[in-house]
Unconditional design. Structure first.
Length: 273
C-alpha cells in the first residue's frame, strides 16, 4: 500500500456515514464509510478506489482528488496533503484575510515597523510603528499595495527607485501566487491594473518571476525626507500566503531618527492632519 492509499483508507474509516445522510442497517465490520459508498459519492468506480487504496494506481486526476476530498470532508491542510500525495493541484480556499491574534500581539511588541500582507498583497494588519510609516505614505489597512504602487499618482515621487520597485513587486506577485494564476481574486486584480496602468501591463507581460524575502527601499516622505529601509519577510505558519514584513532603518542614514519622529507625530495625531 502506498502513502496515498494509506491516507485515503484512514480518512475513509474516520467518516461517520450519518454525517453524509447515509442510512446504516445492521452492524458494520469496519468503521467509517464503505468503499462502495465513497465511490458512489465521488463518482468513480469501486474497482478504481480499490486500486488507489492498494497502490495499484498512483496518479488520479485532479478532479478525482478534489471529489474524494469533498466526500471525505478533508480540511484545507488535508486537501493539500492529499493533492501532494497524488502529485496534482487542487483548489484550496485558504483564509487570506484572517490574521491570527498571536501574530497581532507579537507585532505590537516590536518597535520596528511591521505589516502583514497576503499573497495578493492586501495589507491585512499593521503595528503602531508600521501605521505611522504607512500613514505617511498614504496607505492604511485594507489597501492593496499593488493598487497604491501603480494607481496612486504620488507613488513615483514617493519611491525614488520606482520602476525597479515596480518590476520587482510584479515578479514577486507571480512567485507568491504560483500556479493559482486563474484564481478569481488574482484575475480581477491583474485585469484592473492592466486596464488602468500601462506600466503594470507592460511588466506583467514579461512573465518574470522573482522570490523576494528581503530587500531594501528608499521612501521620500513629506514630513521627514528620505527614509532608507531594509525589509525582511517571515512566513505565517498555518496561513498560506500570509507574510509578516519587518522594516529596519539602514544604519548611518538617519532613518532611525526619522522613523522615531514619524512615530511620535502619529501618537499625538499630527501625521496626516
Amino acid at each position: 500500500m502506498t502513502a496515498l492509499g494509506e491516507f485515503l483508507r484512514a480518512r475513509r474509516e474516520r467518516v461517520d456515514p450519518a454525517t453524509l445522510g447515509l442510512r446504516t442497517v445492521g452492524p458494520r465490520r469496519t468503521p467509517g464509510l464503505r468503499r462502495e459508498e465513497v465511490a458512489s459519492l465521488a463518482g468513480i468506480s469501486v474497482e478504481y478506489l480499490v486500486r488507489l487504496e492498494r497502490g495499484r494506481d498512483r496518479n488520479p486526476s485532479a478532479a478525482v482528488v478534489a471529489s474524494l476530498a469533498d466526500v471525505l470532508g478533508l480540511d484545507d491542510a488535508e486537501r493539500e496533503h492529499l493533492a501532494a500525495l497524488a502529485d496534482v493541484r487542487i483548489d484550496v480556499d485558504f483564509a487570506d484575510h484572517e490574521v491570527v491574534e498571536p501574530i497581532r500581539v507579537l507585532m505590537a511588541q516590536w518597535q520596528q515597523p511591521a505589516i502583514v500582507m497576503n499573497r495578493f498583497m492586501d495589507l491585512l494588519a499593521i503595528n503602531d510603528a508600521g501605521a505611522a510609516l504607512h500613514q505617511a505614505i498614504g496607505t492604511v489597512p485594507g489597501d492593496n499595495m499593488l493598487r497604491k504602487l501603480f494607481l496612486d499618482s504620488h507613488a513615483p515621487s514617493i519611491y525614488p527607485d520606482y520602476e525597479l520597485l515596480a518590476a520587482e513587486t510584479v515578479a514577486n506577485l507571480r512567485s507568491l501566487t504560483g500556479a493559482d494564476i486563474d484564481h478569481p481574486r488574482l484575475r480581477d486584480l491583474v485585469g484592473e491594473l492592466s486596464l488602468h496602468s500601462p506600466l503594470f501591463a507592460e511588466i506583467w507581460a514579461r512573465n518574470e518571476v522573482q522570490v523576494k524575502s528581503s530587500g531594501a527601499k528608499r521612501i521620500v516622505l513629506a514630513d521627514v525626507g528620505v527614509v532608507e529601509l531594509r525589509w525582511d519577510t517571515l512566513e505565517v505558519a498555518g496561513a498560506r500566503g500570509q507574510r509578516v514584513v519587518v522594516y529596519q532603518p539602514v544604519e548611518g542614514t538617519g532613518s532611525a531618527e526619522k522613523l522615531a519622529r514619524l512615530d511620535a507625530a502619529a501618537r499625538v495625531g499630527v501625521v496626516g492632519s
